[in-house]
Design a protein around this ligand. Structure first.
Ligand code: OOG
Ligand code: NI
Length: 469
């Protein structure tokens, strides 16, 4: 029998091998990430593993895929459900200024701590917002709807195996093998010729719309390794002559704790694709769609912490308007230093970051044996941490950032596309995605809160801090 987490780990590894064959630059990115991680481990020692054991970090990947319809999204949810991955978070990228991104997204990932530790594979999954009149006028929309209805991304055998794996949480080895083969090949780049006129018609609206709705299959768009020092990785990739986008998205490099997520990418590569012209002739063309991305993960922020993060980004925008990318990072670093606590302790006591809490002395000894011997533990979290009663372990951010995602999308699009701003947008929200999938889009904050609260509930009563909200 192959357990669900083993299926997930095997799927991630095979997808990685397949993608490395299709996009050799990805292999370079993985190699450089591994080198950087080894160096960081050597220089920082145990501290390098504060946000995840090196075995997890080295194997950690996220992928990105894009689908066209709620039905297709529902099928994706079944395939990832087989791997123990649930939809978490809702990201609306449609209002990104400066480019046309007619998509809404969620991310499939494991949610339980032990499942994340075994293999945290996640996939950022975007769905085309076909009924949004700002992007698709009625005639194009009905052609697009018909085109999408006529294709099949995932065959019945794959879906049946997926349903079984989800229901039974395991598969016998031969079925697991078949499932993995079918699942990986569903995300390979198709060699079927693309209808060049149809692709171009969608491209006038948005390159992303063309990538999703202009072809008869889906494909993995990128696969992202995790790195422990993204600034160093950026330097080394640039040193190897790989053209990176001009920024690292997300928080700046600074002296305080890493929070949320920092990401950067190299530009989409021209890949040979067969194109069919109106007269039926097929030629070898080239499309720039797939790129390479790398990320560094930090501590998950509470709602308050996240609201602060969003305010700081707005402040950086204001202060860095019209400046270069390098100047912007300087401004961001200054804003961060001014407004964010410089230590994990500060993030914990101000309840800006998520942590699990543990007795500082193992095995819950009697109060009289504890560090501040003789004294009684204070009631507040700050005191319990300061006086050495409790130890806080950071919870890693397992999700994505809409603005960074939009930045990654945008930096890889050649043309801005077009939109009819006079039209009403249509309501796509987490509820609508949940309905399409027949399963709830989970709220990331609730998941982090549960993890924190479980650790609090396990504390001996006299060490439980008051009022952690
Ligand atoms: C997804 C882009 C967003 C991320 O890591 O934020 C993303 C896409 O290109 O389909 O992958
Ligand atoms: Ni990504």
């Amino acid at each position: 029998m192959v357990e669900q987490w083993q299926l997930r780990a095997a799927f991630a590894a095979r997808l990685s091998r397949m993608y490395g064959r299709e996009v050799p630059a990805y292999t370079t990115l993985v190699d450089v990430s591994r080198e950087v991680n080894e160096d960081v481990l050597r220089t920082r020692g145990a501290d390098a593993e504060r946000l995840g054991a090196i075995t997890r970090v080295t194997a950690e990947r996220h992928g990105a895929i894009r689908v066209g319809t709620p039905q297709e999204l529902g099928q994706v949810a079944r395939v990832f459900g087989a791997l123990g991955m649930r939809p978490v978070g809702f990201y609306d990228l449609r209002d990104t200024p400066g480019s046309t991104l007619p998509v809404v997204s969620t991310a499939f990932r494991p949610v339980a701590d032990d499942e994340l530790a075994r293999n945290p594979f996640r996939v950022f999954t975007s769905m085309l917002t076909v009924s949004d009149a700002r992007f698709f006028e009625p005639e194009l929309r009905s052609r697009l709807t018909a085109f999408l209805a006529g294709r099949e991304l995932f065959g019945p055998e794959l879906l049946a195996l997926a349903d079984r794996a989800e229901a039974e949480q395991e598969l016998p080895a031969p079925d697991a093998e078949r499932f993995l083969e079918l699942a990986v090949s569903a995300f390979e780049l198709s060699t079927e010729p693309i209808d060049a006129d149809w692709y171009a018609a969608l491209e006038r609206v948005s390159a992303v719309a063309a990538d999703i709705g202009g072809v008869r299959s889906t494909h993995i768009n990128h696969l992202t390794p995790r790195v422990l020092d993204i600034d160093e990785l950026y330097r080394r990739m640039t040193g190897r002559g790989v053209e990176m986008i001009d920024t690292i998205q997300g928080p700046p490099r600074w002296d305080g704790p890493d929070v949320l997520l920092r990401q950067t990418s190299f530009r989409a590569l021209a890949e040979p694709r067969a194109l069919r012209a109106a007269d039926g002739s097929v030629t070898q063309g080239a499309l720039r769609v797939r790129f390479g991305e790398v990320e560094a993960r930090g501590i998950a922020l509470t709602r308050e912490g996240r609201a602060l993060y969003d305010r700081l980004l707005a402040l950086v925008d204001e202060r860095a308007a019209g400046r270069t990318a390098a100047e912007r990072s300087e401004v961001a670093r200054a804003v961060w230093t001014e407004h964010l606590p410089a230590t994990e302790h500060g993030l914990a006591t101000q309840e800006l970051g998520f942590f699990t809490y543990h007795p500082a002395v193992p095995d819950h000894p009697a109060v009289s044996d504890r560090p501040a011997a003789g004294g009684r533990p204070p009631a507040d979290l700050g005191g319990l941490l300061d006086q050495g009663w409790l130890r806080a372990e950071p919870i890693v951010y397992e999700d994505f950032l809409p603005r960074s995602a939009a930045g990654i999308f945008r930096s890889n699009l050649g043309e801005a596309g077009s939109r009819h701003s006079g039209q009403e947008g249509s309501a796509y929200d987490a509820g609508r995605l949940s309905e399409a999938m027949g399963r709830d889009v989970l709220d990331p904050y609730t998941l982090y809160e549960r993890q924190r609260d479980r650790s609090l509930a396990r504390l001996p009563r006299d060490l439980r801090p008051q009022a952690v909200s």
